[in-house]
Ligand binder design. Structure first.
Ligand code: NI
Length: 381
């Protein structure tokens, strides 16, 4: 297939995917569509026990690398005004995962033409990134056990088309969420002496929780403990029986992550107890921090420069990205590509410029070829 034909075809796939967004874990129509496109081009898909998402492959033998895109959408109403807007009320591809899927299809079609690929590339169309569970599902199949390097591509609305953005080391934060229930004893507001007031417990807990970042962690490390949701009580003259707080922990270093969870729990329990109540602490284990291997970021930068695409060092961010699960076992790099400056991801007016698809494919194809060549060279030494 000619390069031009590939670009024209994947633009159509992008429009279809954008019109048919599916939520995390429910990407049934998307998966079927992608499988059909790949089958029509004789790109092989591994038979894996995945209800949604898939892994295709091109080339053969060692070395083996992987390229990951995600395919799920968000539960929000689209307000982009695009003529290919979502056909499903309350669902939207507002994080550009439709762009990623179309770009990876393009990379697959372009590499099909390349009989000289020096190894194997596994193309991951990952489900459920937004709920941070899809990467684990792919890893559990064992299909990545022989992968020596992995790359992930994400669009970015903060840069013009084709800008490549990455950095060595931490690029996104670990994401954990918590809910803490404070259990007291209710009473009429005029009889506080017979109550155990969860509002007082929560007030003190909020203050104390700020000291985790300010007093417990190395001040040169980034850590965030945010409480964003509080509920307690029903009326002005009733001391409630219980209340709760919810929030998020964002961290880079595993030891800080562990410490923040432990301190939140012990502060909640000791404060609740000191006011005559108790606390029930729930903390979910989200994704770890993305941690890019310097040599693979260097290769991405080299490829960008070769293609005359500007390379920008990624700014500090504690946003979450479940690509980090792959990086716990496999070296690699998470890379963003500019898709036109506009409303950011997760905004109802977000749009990824379809014209950036061609650049994403060029970059991805070159990166796959050069990464395999680099590994081949190391193996032969
Ligand atoms: Ni995303």
């Amino acid at each position: 297939m000619e390069h031009k034909e590939i670009v024209a075809e994947i633009k159509d796939h992008f429009y279809w995917l954008h019109r048919h967004p599916e939520l995390s874990g429910e990407e049934f129509g998307t998966t079927e569509y992608l499988k059909n496109v790949l089958a029509s081009h004789s790109v092989l898909v591994y038979p894996l026990p995945l209800s949604t998402g898939l892994v295709a492959h091109i080339g053969q033998g060692n070395p083996v690398i992987a390229f990951r895109c995600d395919i799920d959408a968000l539960p929000m109403q689209e307000e982009s005004g695009l003529d290919y807007s979502s056909e499903y009320p309350g669902r939207m591809h507002a994080c550009g995962h439709d762009f990623h899927a179309a770009a990876l299809l393009g990379i697959a079609l372009a590499l099909k033409n390349d009989n000289s690929l020096p190894g194997t590339v596994k193309l991951i169309f990952q489900p459920a990134e937004e709920t941070l569970g899809g990467a684990r599902q792919i890893l559990e199949t064992g299909i990545l056990d022989d992968v020596q390097a992995i790359f992930g591509l994400h669009c970015c609305a903060a840069y013009p088309n084709g800008t490549i953005i990455s950095r060595p080391g931490f690029m996104n934060g670990a994401v954990d969420e918590f809910r803490i229930d404070f259990l007291g004893r209710g009473a009429h507001a005029c009889r506080p002496h017979i109550a155990a007031d969860p509002v007082i417990m929560i007030g003190n807990f909020i203050q104390a929780a700020q000291t985790i970042v300010s007093r417990n962690v190395n001040p040169f490390h980034s850590l965030l403990v945010g409480i964003s949701h509080i509920e307690a009580g029903t009326a002005k003259n009733i001391i409630p029986e219980k209340g709760f707080v919810e929030g998020t922990i964002r961290s880079l270093y595993p030891e800080d992550r562990k410490l923040a969870k432990e301190r939140l729990g012990s502060l909640a329990c000791s404060i609740a107890e000191s006011f005559g109540g108790g606390a029930v602490v729930h903390i979910t284990d989200g994704s770890p921090a993305t941690n890019n291997t310097p040599e693979w970021v260097a290769l991405a930068e080299q490829v960008a420069r070769k293609l005359q695409m500007p390379f920008v060092t990624a700014p500090d961010s504690l946003s979450g990205e479940d690509f980090a699960f792959y990086q716990q076992n496999i070296p690699g790099a998470f890379i963003q590509i500019g898709t036109g400056i506009g409303p950011m991801m997760h905004n109802p007016a977000f749009r990824a410029d379809p014209d950036a698809l061609e650049l994403a494919v060029q970059f991805g194809v070159q990166l796959v070829q050069e990464a395999l060549e680099k590994l081949k060279y190391v193996e032969s030494c």
